[in-house]
Design a protein around this ligand. Sequence first.
Ligand SMILES: [Zn+2]
Length: 128
Amino acid sequence: MRVTDEQARCKKGGIPIGNGFHFRKCSRAAVIDGYCKQHHPDTVQARRDASFKAYERKRERDPLNVALNQLAGARAERDALRANADALAKAVKALLVENRRVSIYADDKWRVARRRVEDALAAWREGK
Ligand SMILES: [Zn+2]
């Protein structure tokens, strides 16, 4: 609704006219806090938020963005697998070291036992 009385008009100014070198004030009646319904800061912010949400929804569906997200997911999965592989390699290395330690111990026990048997056999042969 056009209003001529300056006090009753919307506070919004800086609206470009024509080629954008000239500006005018909003010509609608002030309805809330000195602004018309369209230029009230709350309405403006709500419109910006809705626009940004629409932009984000559009961006989420964008094939390039979907592909980039999949790539990022694949990279994270790869890094997790690498970390897992490193942990497994460490565990295997520890097991090999433990196995070698046990096998040296077992060889030693076996050598001692064999020597005892050979000594016992030698003693028996001498005593025969
Ligand atoms: Zn206005």
